[in-house]
Design a protein around this ligand. Structure first.
Ligand code: ATP
Length: 236
């Protein structure tokens, strides 16, 4: 059994069908990337897993169906979602935002240890721990949103365009940190990303989504050698 199993998943916004029956699985501990052009349905795939859009078909997490469940219930089961464009609390401090990330966890966990670990992974957040989140740069807000999701100690972390708004050097650093988090905390990750070359270096497996359907799937290393992928996504 895989940690996440998606079968025959359709998603729509009113009359607009954005996903036309997709199937994929994410194994425990795996890092999986979703690539594809604008409007292909990448964001919708993450939203569908989180119960944020109308769906048909089956989505199961850890062997239980989560299709049709409320977003809060899905989060409580251990799925953290970092949407495109962040979603932090701008008037709260960096530290307060981090601690809020821990609030869906069961009591008794050591939140202070996790804050310390997040500060090690994201040293810029430590420098700015007392500042309000709204005063951070775009890239720092992005890191805070990811760090806050990590504070949930999710079993599955869904990341939508984590590199959005980050300078290339910070993007590279972010994927290095994500790899460390995946390994240290055994966090399974599903990442939507436009920066195909970096995400294919980072991920174990990848799917290419085109017009609401999966056009191609494979080991990330193999896909990065695929001629069609190179032409369309790696700018060769
Ligand atoms: P991008 O890289 O531009 O974010 P994407 O692959 O994430 O693209 P989605 O945002 O999932 O694509 O959009 C898939 C389709 O659903 C598109 O045709 C889009 O226009 C449509 N869509 C997305 N959000 C809405 C909405 N709120 N209402 C109506 N249609 C929507």
């Amino acid at each position: 059994m895989s940690l996440l199993e998606v079968e025959g998943l359709y998603a729509s916004y009113g009359p607009v069908e954005a996903l036309h029956g997709i199937d994929f699985e994410v194994d425990e501990g795996q890092t999986v990337a979703i690539l594809g052009p604008n409007g292909a349905g990448k964001t919708t795939t993450l939203r569908a897993i989180c119960g944020m859009v109308d769906t048909e078909g089956s989505v199961s997490f850890d062997g239980e169906s989560i299709a049709g469940k409320a977003t809060e219930d899905i989060a409580r089961r251990g799925i953290a979602h970092v949407p495109e464009g962040r979603g932090i609390f701008p008037t709260l401090s960096v530290d307060e935002n981090l601690r809020l990330g821990a609030h869906v966890r069961k009591k008794g966990d050591d939140v202070a240890d996790d804050v310390a670990r997040c500060r090690r992974w994201f040293p810029r957040l430590e420098e700015r721990s007392a500042q309000t989140a709204g005063s951070l740069s775009g890239g720092e807000q992005q890191m805070l949103a990811i760090a806050r999701a990590v504070m949930m100690r999710p079993r599955l972390l869904l990341l939508d365009e984590p590199s959005l708004g980050l300078a290339p050097i910070l993007t590279r650093e972010l994927f290095r940190v994500l790899r460390e988090i995946a390994e240290e905390q055994s966090t399974t990750m599903l990442v939507v990303e436009q920066n195909a070359s970096l995400v294919l270096e980072f991920a174990d497996y990848a799917h290419v989504l085109e017009a609401g359907q999966i056009a191609l799937s494979g080991d990330a290393a193999q896909l990065s050698e695929d001629d069609a992928i190179k032409r369309s996504y790696l700018a060769y």
